[in-house]
Design a protein. Structure first.
Length: 149
């Protein structure tokens, strides 16, 4: 795994800090490397559905960000990314005390970056894969309203 240079890592961390959605989840950027990101968050009542599991929409949000930041880690510093498509597979109820969403670049490109996400529930010391995601990102440069952070 290739480590990011300090400027690229700083860009990811500054961008993540601007995300209101991640603040709502109480999520943290736990790991960053070239092409790979982990986002972690804890269970909270406001994130759950009627059975007490993490709501699928909340999990999709966290996985989308993990994939997006993995993609951001492989593009030029003066570019930004936006998700243009994703598909999520919900494999098991998201039951646990905490969750880790991993994003990984499968195919970097100049304008299109293909990523994969995996979400794990940590429940009483056991780890379980609860969701996967395929996400396609578009790298944008010089677009008004799309900052590089």
């Amino acid at each position: 795994m290739t480590m990011l240079d300090s400027a690229a890592e700083q860009r990811l961390r500054e961008s993540f800090a601007l995300q209101g959605a991640m603040a709502t989840l109480g999520a943290q950027l736990a790991h960053v490397a070239h092409g790979r990101v982990h986002i972690c968050f804890d269970w909270a009542p406001g994130l759950s559905q009627q059975h007490g599991f993490i709501h699928a929409g909340m999990m999709a949000t966290a996985l989308d960000s993990a994939c997006g930041y993995a993609g951001l880690s492989v593009i030029p510093l003066d570019a930004g990314v936006l998700s243009i498509e994703f598909k999520i597979n919900l494999l098991a109820p998201a039951k646990g005390q905490s969750f880790r969403c991993e994003g990984e670049v499968l195919k970097p490109g100049r304008t299109i970056v293909v990523t994969e996400g995996r979400a794990y529930a940590l429940d009483n010391g056991q780890e379980k894969l609860v969701a996967t995601m395929q996400c396609t990102l578009m790298a944008l440069q010089g677009r008004p309203g799309i900052a590089a952070v």
